[in-house]
Design a protein around this ligand. Structure first.
Ligand code: URP
Ligand code: ZN
Ligand code: ZN
Length: 462
C-alpha cells in the first residue's frame, strides 16, 4: 500500500540507538522503519540530516493569568507556533486557577483558550494553589482519573506557596490516585526576609532579584521537598533546578530511594546573575526564578546533564513583554525588582541551545539529547510510547536536524509574541529545518507552513 509520507535518507536517532533508515508514515502514525519501504505520496529528503522524535517541552506557561495588570505575551497560538519552529511538537502548559476558582473551571477556561489555536499537541499540568478538602479529596482524584496526571506545587510566591502540611496532603492524594507532583523549590520565608531587607536599604534594581533568591534558599527547599516525597513515598519532579547544591540534594535523595525526576533549563547553562546587573533596567529581561547563578553552578548543571542526574531539559517558557506596561517594565516593575514579573521566554531556542553546546560541543551524544528533550518527558508524564520516540505505532512527530546550519539567534526571527530573547546573539550550530506533526509537514526550510493542527492529548497515562 502507498504510504502518505516517506522520510528518506536520514540518520534516525532515538534515546537508545542511531541508525541509517527511512521512515514510512500512514494516517499520522509511523508504520515502517528501514530501507526500500515502497512508494509514498510525498517524500521528504533527510540526506545529511538527523531525524529525531519531535521534542516535548513539559514546562511552559501560556496564557497564564499573572495578576496586577500583567499579561503573558504568548497565548496558545503564538506559543505553540514558536515551539514548533524550534523542533518541539508537544507542549505541556500549566493550568493555574484564579483565586477561589475550582480546578475544573480553570481547566474549562484553558481548554477554551487552547481549542483551535494549537500548532503542537498539548497536555496540561494542574497547579494546586488552594488544597482544600474538596480539592484534594474529590476534585483532584476525579481529574487525575480523567488523565490530568501531574500537579505543580509552589514553595514560594505569595498567594501560591503551600505549607509543608499542604504539600504532604497533596503528595498523599497524588500518590493514591497515580499522579506525579512537580515542585518549585525555593524557601519563601528566606526570600521574603532578604527582599524586605533589600527594599529597606533601597536596593531595588533587577539584580537584587538574584541576590534575594540565593542558592541556599533553593537548596533548603529542594531538601525539604525531597524529604516530604520520601515520607509520603510520592513520585516527585524537582523543576527548574539552577545550581550544584540542589543537584547534590537530588543525587543524595535518589541514592536513598526517593522517586525523583530532575529538570533543568537553558537559562542555567547560558545566563548568569551578572546578566541582571545592567546600569539601566534591562536586567529585568533575565528575571526568573530560581535566578541564573554563576559559572561554577553552570558547570555543575552541565555535569549533572552529562552524568544523568537530570532527566528533563525544558524551557520554562514564561514570556512577558519587556518594554510594556503589562510586562517587565510595568509601572511598579520600574520601581522595584519585586514587581518585575518572573519568567523569561525560550520555547523556540531551548533545543538549538542544547544541540549547539551539548551535542556539537561534545558534552552529550545525540541519544542523550533525545532522552533529555523528548523521551524522558513522555515517560515521566504518561505520554509514552505514543510520544517521545520513533517507533512503529507511535505518532509520526519528527524533527529533522541539519547541523550544517549556522544561525545567530535574533528575536526578530523567532515566532513568539514577546519583544526580546534572553539569548539574542547566541550562535547556534544546527537547527530543526523540517518538522512533522502526526505525519503533516508543519515546518519546511525552517519556516512554518499551514495553520494550527495541534490536538489536546486527553488520554494521558490511561
Ligand atoms: O520565573 C519563572 N520561572 N517563572 C515561571 C513560573 C515558574 O515558577 O515556573
Ligand atoms: Zn516554578
Ligand atoms: Zn515555570
Amino acid at each position: 500500500m502507498k504510504h502518505d509520507l516517506l522520510v528518506r535518507g536520514g540518520t534516525v536517532v532515538t534515546a537508545s540507538d542511531i541508525q541509517e533508515a527511512d521512515i514510512a508514515i500512514r494516517d499520522g502514525v509511523i508504520v515502517q522503519i528501514g530501507r526500500d519501504l515502497g512508494p509514498a505520496a510525498r517524500i521528504v529528503d533527510a540526506q545529511g540530516c538527523h531525524v529525531l522524535p519531535g521534542a516535548i517541552d513539559s514546562h511552559v506557561h501560556l496564557a497564564q493569568p499573572s495578576g496586577d495588570g500583567i499579561v503573558m505575551a504568548d497565548g496558545f497560538a503564538s506559543g505553540t507556533l514558536s515551539a514548533l519552529c524550534g523542533g518541539t511538537t508537544t507542549v505541556m502548559p500549566f493550568c493555574l486557577p484564579a483565586p477561589g476558582q475550582s480546578l475544573r473551571a480553570a481547566l474549562a477556561d484553558y481548554h477554551a483558550l487552547a481549542d483551535g489555536n494549537l500548532h503542537t499537541d498539548a497536555s496540561f499540568h494542574l497547579i494546586l494553589n488552594d488544597p482544600t478538602e474538596a480539592q484534594l479529596g474529590q476534585e483532584l482524584p476525579a481529574l487525575i482519573a480523567e488523565g490530568y496526571r501531574s500537579i505543580k506545587v509552589f514553595m514560594t510566591y505569595e498567594g501560591l506557596r503551600l505549607r509543608d502540611d499542604q504539600i504532604l496532603a497533596t503528595m498523599d492524594a497524588a500518590r493514591a490516585a497515580g499522579a506525579v507532583v512537580m515542585v518549585h523549590a525555593e524557601n519563601e520565608d528566606v526570600i521574603r526576609h532578604l527582599a524586605d531587607r533589600a527594599e529597606r536599604m533601597g536596593d531595588l534594581v533587577p539584580a537584587a532579584h538574584a541576590r534575594t533568591r540565593p542558592v541556599a534558599a533553593e537548596r533548603e527547599a529542594t531538601h525539604r521537598a525531597l524529604t516530604l516525597a520520601e515520607v509520603t513515598d510520592a513520585p516527585v519532579v524537582i523543576v527548574h533546578v539552577s545550581n550544584g547544591e540542589a543537584i547534590e540534594e537530588i543525587a543524595r535523595a535518589r541514592a536513598r530511594g526517593v522517586n525523583v525526576t530532575a529538570e533543568t533549563c537553558p537559562q542555567y547553562l547560558v545566563l548568569t546573575a551578572r546578566d541582571l546587573e545592567s546600569m539601566d533596567w534591562s536586567g529585568a529581561k533575565y528575571v526568573c526564578s530560581p535566578p541564573p547563578r554563576d559559572e561554577a553552578h553552570q558547570q555543575a548543571v552541565w555535569r549533572a546533564i552529562e552524568t544523568g542526574v537530570f532527566d528533563l531539559f525544558s524551557s520554562d517558557h514564561c514570556p512577558f513583554l519587556y518594554d510594556s506596561p503589562t510586562g517587565k517594565l510595568n509601572r511598579r516593575g520600574r520601581q522595584s525588582f519585586r514587581h518585575v514579573p518572573n519568567g523569561i521566554p525560550g520555547i523556540e531556542t531551548r533545543l538549538p541551545i542544547l544541540w549547539t553546546l551539548g551535542v556539537m560541543g561534545g558534552r552529550i551524544d545525540m541519544m542523550r539529547f533525545v532522552a533529555l528533550t523528548a523521551t524522558n518527558h513522555a515517560r515521566t508524564y504518561g505520554l509514552y510510547p505514543r510520544k517521545g520516540s520513533i517507533a512503529i505505532g507511535a505518532d509520526a512527530d519528527l524533527a529533522i536536524w541539519d547541523s550544517r546550519i549556522r544561525r545567530t539567534i535574533r528575536h526578530a526571527d523567532l515566532h513568539d509574541a514577546c519583544d526580546y530573547s534572553p539569548y539574542e546573539g547566541f550562535r547556534a550550530q544546527g537547527w530543526p529545518m523540517t518538522v512533522i506533526l502526526r505525519g503533516a509537514v508543519v515546518v519546511e526550510d525552517g519556516q512554518p507552513v499551514g495553520g494550527p493542527r495541534g490536538r489536546y492529548l486527553g488520554d494521558r497515562g490511561a
